[in-house]
Each structure stands twice: as C-alpha cells, then as structure tokens.
Design a binder for this molecule. Structure first.
Ligand code: CIZ
Ligand code: SF4
Length: 361
C-alpha cells in the first residue's frame, strides 16, 4: 500500500493528534511498543510504554516481543533496538532527521584512519577501541571487530577499567568529556589523556604524547551538555549554600569537578528522587528531562533546578513530535512500515558482539 504522506499530518492540531493517537495505539495493541527517551517532549512521552535511557529501552523492546518498536529518540538508539531485537521485530524512528550531532562527529572513515595511524606509530595491538553508545552502528561493529566494546554513561568506568586490563591504551570515541570525566575519576592523570584531533595529521599529537597516553580521546562533544559552565554552579552555591549539584558526564571536566554527583540520565533521576524532602538540586542535563524531574521532585517536597539560564534542549530529540508519531502509527495500521531502521546483517553481527561484551561485564 502507498504510504500515507507526512504532509497530511503536519497541520493537525494537538487535539486531533491526541484522539487519533489513542485510537491507533489501541488498535495496534501488543504488536506495538513505543519507547520514549528521557530527553523527549512531554506530549510524546505520554504515549511511551517505557521511558528510559537508550540501552534500557532497547533491552525492554527486545524482551517485549512486539513486532513494531517505535523509538522516540535519535537514530543510534533505533539502531541499537534493531541490533538487540529479533529478526521478526522492526525498529522505527518517527523522523529520520532525528540524529545526534555528537554521534555524527565520528565516522568509520575517520576512525579507521586514526586506527591505521596509531598502529603505525605505536606498533600492533597496544590500543583498544571503545565507543560510547551514542555512535553509528558501523562504529560499534568496528569495536566488535577489534576486540573492543561499547559503553554507556552508566557503565563507562567499569568498561574503561576492563579495557585497560586488556591493552595499554584506549581509543575512546566520540565523546571526549565522558572519556575524560571517567578517566579523571579513575585517577588517570590529565596528561595521560590526550585529544585526537581528527582533522590533523597524527591527531595533532607528538609521538611522546601518544606513547605516554592511556586514553586517546576523540575530539567530539555534545553541544547541549557543553553549554553548562562552572559559573552556573558557583552562582547556584552562592544562592543556595546547602544545595546539591548533579551533572551528566557529557558536561565538561570543570563542571563535573564541581558537581556533588555525576551520573547518567537514570542516575540523575534516581539521585534526585531518592534524596530527603527539602533537598534543592541543580541539574546539568537536557531541559525536557529536568523540567519533568522538577515537577516529580516538587510533588515529594524536593526542588530540581535547570543548570543554565540558557534554554538548552536537544534540537534533534525535539524533532519527534505528535504528527510524526501519528504518521508512523497510522501507516502501521494500514500495514505500511515507514522509516524502518535496519542495520545490515554483517554490521549488526559485529555491533552485537561489541554490545554483548559490554553486557557481560
Ligand atoms: O544512553 C542514553 O540514553 C543517553 C544518551 C544518555 C544517558 O545518560 O542515559
Ligand atoms: Fe546527542 Fe547531545 Fe542530543 Fe544526547 S543531548 S542526543 S548526546 S546531541
């Protein structure tokens, strides 16, 4: 059947979307699972069967056995859902333009080039490649092929500890901040963590710098989390001397050094929600999560405040809206799959290997 065109949906009112979404969701029943990442808008989150971080959601989708996995998140997340689910399941991303600018900062050609240069400079096998889950499937496959693995913001320390037991050095991509913040907490000196500038020959590094390095950090970052500044924390502490600060490890080192707690989206929520009534938190992560958390915290006598005076939200997460969600569901109702995310089988097999190594840790 010809797909229903997206332009029929873009001018619908929220009310029209809501009544049709409820109907579509009900009709698709347990053939469908809708996953909502913490950074999604509230109006989308209300349709999610599960809300969580990318890995937790993909595991739940695979366990559910639902035929259609609609991932309200960004592209790499739908890829992970496809890799971890069975061949009978299909992962769907409501808007294909929902990418991750940090994930796009590393690509296979540049990583292979870095790998070749490192092998020539340092000899065979001293380096293990590790990718943050925020990366394309072919980079996860690259790690699978070369003995490496994947990490999330929850398990980065366990993964790096394991990695440095396997080999002397780690090439970590794409997020320099997660790599550096984790290395710092493990006691790795800052001069043993170098930045690989992928636009420079030899990553812009000298041979002695590379020989001394334990972590070779890709020059990538999240433009949302990089907006938080140490001065945001200083101003908060002046206003609220007994307040507490929690930050995501995608924030820069200076912000994480000043935070009381550093953690993934799941850990941030758990930390705030399990704190005693009366606690006032400053939270450094995406705006939609913090806004929702602030409402939940308030209901239990706590306060959660957004870390920046700039309204920093993830613009690609924001692309998933009610019209796009309705468009994919009504297409499914008539038996048409729009926007399937399907990782080629050879890449999926190696990426799965890298993910399984992580899950076994
Ligand atoms: O893995 C995820 O879902 C991301 C991007 C962040 C986090 O800390 O959970
Ligand atoms: Fe990517 Fe940053 Fe958006 Fe997360 S918040 S999806 S890392 S751009």
């Amino acid at each position: 059947m010809t797909p229903l065109p997206i332009h029929n949906y873009l001018s619908l009112t929220p009310e029209q979307c809501h009544s049709r979404l409820q109907n579509a969701k009900q009709q698709l029943g347990n053939h469908l699972i809708i996953l909502g990442h913490h950074y999604q808008r509230d109006e989308v989150i209300q349709y999610a069967d599960h809300v969580g971080d990318s890995l937790k959601l993909s595991r739940l989708a695979a366990q559910s056995g639902a035929r259609y996995i609609v991932f309200c998140g960004v592209h790499f997340m739908a890829e992970v859902a496809d890799i971890l689910s069975s061949p009978q399941q299909t992962a769907i991303l409501p808007d294909l333009a929902a990418g991750c600018s940090m994930a796009d900062m590393a690509n296979l050609a540049k990583v292979e080039d870095a790998w070749d240069q490192l092998s020539k400079l340092l000899g065979p096998d001293p380096v293990l490649p590790i990718t943050y889950i925020n990366s394309a499937a072919d980079l996860k496959a690259f790690c699978g092929k070369h003995g490496g693995t994947v990490c999330t913001s929850s398990n980065a320390q366990a993964v790096l500890t394991w990695s440095l037991q396997q080999r002397q050095k780690v090439l970590f991509f794409p997020d320099q901040h997660l790599g550096r913040n984790t290395g710092y907490r493990m006691g790795i000196p800052l001069n043993e963590m170098v930045i690989w500038d992928f636009d420079q020959p030899q990553g812009g590094l000298t041979l002695p710098q590379l020989q001394a390095a334990k972590l070779i950090l890709w020059d990538g970052y999240c433009s949302v989390h990089q907006l938080f500044q140490p001065t945001d924390i200083e101003h908060f502490r002046q206003r609220h001397p007994t307040g507490k600060v929690v930050a995501h490890p995608e924030c820069c080192l200076e912000v994480c050094q000043q935070a009381d707690v550093i953690g993934s989206t799941e850990k941030i929520i758990e930390t705030v929600m399990s704190s005693p009534p009366g606690t006032h938190w400053l939270v450094g992560t995406e705006w939609h999560l913090v806004n929702r958390l602030a409402r939940q915290a308030q209901a239990t006598g706590k306060k959660a405040e957004f870390m920046s005076s700039t309204h920093c939200q993830c613009s690609t997460m924001y692309r998933i809206d009610l019209p796009h969600l309705l468009w994919v569901l009504e297409n499914l109702q008539q038996g048409t799959i729009v926007n399937p995310i399907s990782v080629p089988s050879e890449i999926a097999a190696l990426a799965r290997l890298a993910l399984q190594r992580m899950l076994a840790l």
